[in-house]
Design a protein around this ligand. Sequence first.
Ligand SMILES: Cc1cc2nc3c(=O)[nH]c(=O)nc-3n(C[C@H](O)[C@H](O)[C@H](O)COP(=O)(O)OP(=O)(O)OC[C@H]3O[C@@H](n4cnc5c(N)ncnc54)[C@H](O)[C@@H]3O)c2cc1C
Length: 173
Amino acid sequence: MNKKFDYLVVGAGPFGAVFAHEAHKRGKSVLVIDRRNHIAGNLYCESKDDINIHVYGAHIFHTSLKHVWDYVNQFAEFNHYVNSPVANYKGEMYNLPFNMNTFSKMWNIRTPKEAQDIITKQRAAISGEPKNLEEQAISLVGTDIYEKLIKGYTIITILMTASKVFLWVVIPR
Ligand SMILES: Cc1cc2nc3c(=O)[nH]c(=O)nc-3n(C[C@H](O)[C@H](O)[C@H](O)COP(=O)(O)OP(=O)(O)OC[C@H]3O[C@@H](n4cnc5c(N)ncnc54)[C@H](O)[C@@H]3O)c2cc1C
């Protein structure tokens, strides 16, 4: 191939695809390559019997920014989905995303003030600047919420401990 491009994008996932789209809009030529035989990266879906199957694991899109929502809707039609999972921590069932219901079950309390007091006390387990993602999470939500609702999710989906994820994120910067 002799044609020259302004950019070569390796990977047709959302990052590469958005970059290519925006560069093309600005008059640049872009070659996008991917080792998979489809676009969309880990967000890729296959339709079987009119059901969208998330080939690389379930994906939910969330944003509170209208311009972001408008932007992504120019490319795809989204299914409406309300995310209301229940976490199973060693047989204890908790609502996610965590809310007052979760806190009431976890600590047998009734008011946001009681929850706030417990979280504030537990956050003090980390003093000074957090050294990794685990410490950052504990400094924000305390030890119980981290241990029961965040740590396991991070390990299962990313297959690394939270402290290693932080290193993985910071090294390329
Ligand atoms: C199980 C799971 C669930 C997730 N759930 C959510 C969710 O609910 N909501 C959410 O916002 N995010 C979720 N994510 C994260 C989301 O998938 C990523 O943030 C997003 O896909 C990153 O986009 P990307 O373009 O950077 O990379 P990717 O989507 O990974 O795309 C990278 C592409 O580059 C290609 N590639 C890589 N290296 C090469 C190479 N050397 N040569 C050629 N091609 C290459 C790959 O084949 C791939 O197609 C989830 C991730 C996983 C794994």
